[in-house]
Design a protein around this ligand. Sequence first.
Ligand SMILES: [Zn+2]
Length: 258
Amino acid sequence: MMKIVTIPCLQDNFAYLLICEKTQHAAIVDPSEAIPVQKAVQQHGVRLTAILNTHHHWDHVNGNQVLKANFPELKIFGHESDRGRIPEQTEFLKNGDSVRFGEQSGTFLHNPGHTSGAVTYVFGKTAFTGDTLFAAGCGRLFEGTPAQMYDSLNLQIGGLPDETELYFGHEYTEANLRFALSVESGNAEIQNKLTAVTELRSSGKFSTPTTLAEERRTNPFMRCSSAEIHASVKSKEPGHNLSEKEIFRTLRELKNKF
Ligand SMILES: [Zn+2]
């Protein structure tokens, strides 16, 4: 069994401590800071043996160096194309590779879009999406095309089972749901989730994880076939019929200005 501990970092980042309960070995996803991670490692009395970086941005890798200095046996995973961009990286993931720590064995999805080397780590019915998928949203397109991000979200992550729990990189859920409502105001599930998340946040709790089933119902970037979203986007880009990928591109542009 694998236990997951959410560690809030910086302003709104999440690192996740994954504990192999049988061996008490642990991996940390996206340590943006070393100190809160080290505290959690001590608190849980586990042996940290791996860092799983979802991409190279500083607010996901900033703790790598200090952690590597303090835990020299650490294996540091990232996509092979992030060589030279993830500090202290030791494992360079390419198609078909597995990701192991303790007795846990996972896989990864290559998800270009937010960055060219972005990955989602998958352990059974649990996935760590970094800045590719957020609850009700997706990351900005810094190094990829809208078509790549569409595929990363809808084909790759979207190809996982409905009940998969998705742990994401930032607490952006309230703002994302407000944007989602602006393009699909008739979707009661978005309104219901916004009410629930607002309550959760006001009591100091976090909105991670979500599930793939919930995202299919509330994430506009996974709902490009929705007639209402089509109509909202078309009113801003009148004149021609839009493909799902064009709707996706326009949604991402609208979100940038929201
Ligand atoms: Zn990022």
